[in-house]
Design a protein around this ligand. Structure first.
Ligand SMILES: [Zn+2]
Length: 99
């Protein structure tokens, strides 16, 4: 599963899966990082102190299955499979539909 269109804006990543763009903010994506460093911080009960001002500074495609996001706080270990981004998009849609 890959999006038809990916647009990086100053505050969000816009992903179009075929039925309109879904907006995932840079801060939300930073918080969703699944790298070993972030996962172990979570496991130890130290959720990351994340600034809402964190920005994606670079986006690199990793083959057809994922993107690597590099953040303004220097964090560059986050690999985001499209499948995971699709799941985050579905959640974001549910949230926006219920508010
Ligand atoms: Zn991470």
């Amino acid at each position: 599963m890959t999006p038809q269109q990916v647009v990086l804006t100053p505050t969000a990543l816009l992903l179009d899966w075929g039925d309109g763009a879904v907006r995932l903010t840079h801060a939300a994506l930073r918080g969703a990082c699944r790298c070993s460093q972030c996962e172990s911080a979570r496991r130890q009960g130290h959720p990351l102190a994340l600034s809402q001002d964190v920005r994606i500074v670079r986006l690199e495609a990793l083959g057809h299955y994922a993107v690597q996001l590099v953040f303004s706080d220097g964090h560059d270990r986050g690999i985001y499979p499209w499948e995971m981004l699709a799941r985050l998009s579905a959640l974001a849609l549910q949230v926006s539909a219920s508010t």
